[in-house]
Design a protein around this ligand. Structure first.
Ligand code: ADP
Length: 446
């Protein structure tokens, strides 16, 4: 059994992991930058180590500092959380080489799925549909033009090392393609240090459907149903729900089986998510995230399973304590991501929280590291809270969400709470009639 886990992250997700550890009787070690000395994840952890100055490159991405912190505190394992080093295969390898357990999949799987071109090739070999596009990377602009002519405009250029919606460019015609090609390449190089790009047909009305799963070292893989994350802005998720209001029971079963097939073929260990675009009754694989995801919470609400706890158990080499038959989906759950941003311009607004009153009651969960008097530093992601609600039906869930959004008080900084309040009144959202472009169109109309 692990006695001590170092959590190589910050904010709400560091706290989320801390909570699972404490309930398992495991001591926690927080790491933090100088800007986060007063952060909640540091205050609650059993021990803490400052690993560098504010910029993430010098602290939360500083591998030698993190390994040193694990060493001096006697950690057994390192949990990378979400973002930062969570999908860095070299880091996972170094963690293991230094004698700690990496709480996540094997470095090989992180590498294979982290490169989207190799990921698509792998799933294609298994007979899983992928979005039509280039066969591998785009060599040059001529290759891009030929591919676009073959699959038809509009097309989407994507970065092979991509993540967080960065480096994606749409082109409606050949003239736009020239610009999109150059822009995507330079953005990919700047963001990921790798300028490999590929092309996909730009789907017109898809839903983003993803499947949460977990695998153990004995080759067992189980899924927890799907999440609908179609409400996005700039290819980033804003609100997620499960089950999806846009697919039926047979489709649900089908997509779950596809995701498990992929994970089984990899002998995948740990939690992961297989992402698809769903259009006209078909699920097209887009990527696999080899880590915990922000929206894992809604799957926990409908299955009553602590995914971080299970993630830690399988990292210890333990067998999954349940089978697919044991997983039942009860009711409905929705998560709203609340950012410290202007709700109209989406410009980040760090600063001091002058008052804080989160909602509560039956079926309500808040994952947040906020407290009154806390000063949100300007250096990191602007998401400050996740409001997660559960109801026995989608309708009950929506009524509860509305009640919670009205109760929620965060003052001192702008937040995206007003956006969510408006959103849940929209007839298309209420009826579940939306796709990945809906939110952007709605914001443009507002
Ligand atoms: P990232 O890893 O940067 O998040 P993804 O491949 O997961 O990139 O895509 C993020 C989002 O971008 C998807 O959820 C979807 O909304 C949009 N997207 C991706 N591929 C396509 C496509 N071929 N057509 C239309 N939209 C797409």
């Amino acid at each position: 059994m692990f006695e001590k886990i170092l959590i190589a992250n910050r904010g709400e997700i560091a706290l989320r992991i801390h909570r699972a550890c404490k309930e398992m009787g495991i001591r926690t070690i927080a790491v933090h930058s100088t800007a986060d000395a007063n952060a909640m994840h540091v205050r609650l952890a059993d021990e803490s180590v400052c690993i560098g100055p504010a910029p993430a490159k010098l602290s939360y991405l500083n591998i030698p500092a993190i390994l040193t912190a694990a060493s001096i505190t006697g950690a057994d394992a390192i949990h990378p959380g979400i973002g930062f080093l969570s999908e860095n295969a070299d880091f996972a390898e170094m963690v293991e080489e230094h004698g700690f357990t990496f709480i996540g999949p094997s470095p090989n799987d992180i590498r294979l799925m982290g490169d989207k071109i190799s990921a698509k090739k792998t799933v294609q070999k298994l007979g899983i549909p992928i979005v039509p596009g280039s066969d591998g990377m785009l060599e040059d602009i001529e290759h891009a033009k030929e591919t676009a002519a073959k699959i038809g405009y509009p097309v989407l250029i994507k970065a092979s090392a991509g993540g967080g919606g960065k480096g994606m460019k749409v082109a409606d015609n050949e003239v736009m393609l020239e610009e999109a090609f150059a822009l995507a390449k330079s953005e990919a190089l700047a963001a990921f240090g790798n300028d490999e790009i590929y092309m996909e047909k730009y789907l017109k009305k898809p839903r983003h459907i993803e499947v949460q799963l977990i695998g153990d070292t004995l080759g067992n893989v189980i899924h927890f149903g799907e999440r609908d994350c179609s409400l996005q802005r700039k290819h980033q998720k804003v609100l997620e729900e499960t089950p999806s209001p846009g697919i039926n029971e047979q489709e649900r079963e089908k997509v779950g089986k596809i995701a498990v097939k992929l994970a089984k073929s990899l002998k995948y260990r740990g939690v992961g998510t297989v992402e698809f675009l769903y259009e006209n009754g078909e699920f097209y694989f887009i990527e696999m995230n080899t880590r915990l995801q922000i929206e894992h919470t809604i799957s926990e609400m409908v299955t009553d399973i602590d995914l971080v706890r299970e993630q830690i158990r399988v990292a210890e080499g333990l067998q999954l304590s349940f089978t697919q038959k044991d997983i039942t989906i009860n009711g409905h759950s929705i998560e709203c991501r609340i950012n410290a941003e202007n709700p109209k311009t989406f410009i980040p607004n760090p600063g001091e929280i002058t008052s804080y009153h989160p909602p509560g009651g039956l079926g309500v969960r808040i994952d947040s590291a906020l407290y009154e008097g806390y000063r949100i530093p300007p250096y990191y992601d602007s998401m400050i809270a996740k409001l997660i609600v559960h109801g026995s039906t989608r309708n009950e869930c929506l009524l509860r969400l509305k009640r919670c959004l009205e109760e929620f008080v965060i003052t001192g900084v702008d937040t995206t709470l007003p956006l969510h309040i408006d959103l849940i009144e929209e007839p298309d959202f209420v009826s579940g009639n939306y796709d990945i472009h809906w939110l952007e169109n709605y914001l443009a109309r507002k």
